[in-house]
Design a protein around this ligand. Structure first.
Ligand code: AMP
Ligand code: GLY
Length: 433
């Protein structure tokens, strides 16, 4: 098969890496890919959101399966467009993708189908003053969320009433996120540990992946601003077997059933961001794609053929797939530490040479997934030279018999890598110990 992966981050590198192990995949392309991905796939210069160009490429190159990494293409309806041309694609259609592209849609669906989530109120255009009054009533801390996609910046956990009200002004009146902030949700602030539960579903059958936990804040002990994710580990021991089935029953199956009752077919990965509160698991958000960096910690544990299960998902044949054995997992733990550019998540420079990649990659059970790198050809040498090309640069990933071993192995690998300004969290996975 000829497989195309859409996207350019660490998640896509992990997807390409796993797809490259499939007995079904002969040739892999990635649009647009990155420096590290180029070792395993042919990177093509098409943006992840350029649906017409992706369709042209897929038809011309006779691609058998397209796998969508990021949410924007899904929310724009890439799956619906591919379906029109009978091109096979892994991911949910536009209506189903609203679960991520509209927080109002997700919240209303959760309320209707009794999926546990933070108490909330929705405010539509012109409702800024009403939102502020509501904030005064519920007090701080509270959470203000823009309805639409805002590149991971649309959620503000506010510590004071003033900050919450200012956030409403910024989103609804100053429109810092454009139309994404036309509607705003104000919700109760939940406390607890967070966990990411990902499943594969074709609406008729649902197969859970292993649990994971992300680290969103930039500094150790969850301090500093939110990022795209500074590291992840799997499994998340906080998600006990009992909690896992509770989350499947009360969150995953209810929302998929709910979508079906609304006439919406869901095929792809469904990701529930869960807060494990004292009064039970509650949904923080849904994503309609693989998580980044959770995927980097989950896929190294997968023993099954990823292409096979993705095909079964896209074809609506997960029931059969499950009957023939389902997914097989490696019992070991996996940890991914993100190495970021100096200044990230604020301003940062690009183009810094990365040292030590070979040495880290040589280590047993270590994978280095590239998030933001570019390979620069060196005329006098066969060894490519990688430079930084994004805020999150690398996801250094290691497997170990226990979380503790995986943490040690991963940080040994991180120690071998360096680039100017590199920073990373030193406490990835510590919560699990
Ligand atoms: P999201 O972009 O929806 O993933 O939200 C980003 C982060 O904001 C989550 O991972 C949580 O850490 C935090 N968050 C979102 N909603 C709430 C809430 N109701 N209570 C506390 N934290 C929240
Ligand atoms: N790890 C969070 C996300 O992928 O949205």
């Amino acid at each position: 098969m000829r497989v195309l992966v859409i996207g350019s981050g660490g998640r896509e590198h992990a997807l390409v890496w796993k797809i490259a192990q499939s007995k079904l995949a002969d040739k892999i392309f990635c649009a647009p890919g990155n420096g590290g991905i180029a070792d395993l796939a042919e990177c093509i210069d098409i943006k992840a959101e350029d649906i017409p160009a992706l369709i042209d490429f897929t038809r011309r190159e006779k691609i058998d399966l397209t796998v969508v990494g990021p949410e924007v293409a899904l929310s724009l309806g890439i799956v619906d467009e591919f379906n029109k041309y009978k091109l096979k694609i892994f991911g949910p259609n536009k209506k189903a993708a609203q679960l991520e592209s509209s927080k109002v849609f997700a919240k209303e669906l959760m309320a209707k189908y009794k999926v546990p989530t933070a108490d909330f109120k929705i405010f539509s255009a012109g409702g800024g003053d009403a939102a502020k009054k509501y904030i005064e009533k519920i007090g701080a801390p509270c959470v203000v969320k823009a309805d639409g996609l805002a590149a991971g910046k649309g959620v503000v956990v506010t510590k004071s009433v003033d900050e919450a009200k200012q956030t409403v002004t910024l989103m609804m009146q100053e429109k810092i996120f454009g139309d994404a902030g036309t509607r705003v949700i104000v919700e109760e602030c939940l406390e607890g540990q967070e966990a990411s539960i990902l499943v594969l579903t074709d609406s008729k059958e649902t197969i859970p992946l292993v649990s994971a936990q992300d680290h969103k804040r930039v500094f150790d002990h969850d301090q500093g601003p939110n990022t795209g994710g500074m590291g992840a580990y799997s499994p998340a021991p906080a998600v006990t077997e009992g909690l896992f089935s509770e989350i499947l029953d009360k969150v995953i199956y209810r929302i998929i059933d709910g979508l079906a009752k609304e006439g919406i077919d869901y095929r792809g990965v469904l990701y529930a961001g869960i807060m494990l509160t004292k009064s039970g698991p509650k949904v923080l958000e849904f994503n309609v794609r693989f998580g980044d960096p959770e995927t980097q910690a989950i896929l190294p544990r997968l023993n099954s053929d990823l292409v096979e299960v993705m095909l079964a998902t896209a074809d609506g044949k997960l029931t059969k797939f499950k009957k023939f054995g389902g997914l097989k997992w490696d019992n070991r733990a996996c940890v991914c530490v993100v190495c970021a550019s100096g200044g990230y998540p604020g301003e940062y420079e690009k183009g810094k040479e990365i040292f030590g990649l070979d040495e880290a990659e040589k280590m047993k059970d270590v994978m280095v997934f590239h998030s933001g790198t570019k390979s620069v050809p060196r005329p006098s040498s066969l060894v490519p030279r990688f430079v930084t090309n994004g805020g999150r640069v690398l996801g250094v990933t290691g497997l170990g018999n226990t979380i503790k071993e995986a943490i040690e192995k991963t940080y040994q690998a991180v120690d071998k890598i360096d680039f100017k300004g590199m920073h990373y969290r030193k406490d990835i996975g510590r919560k699990a110990l």
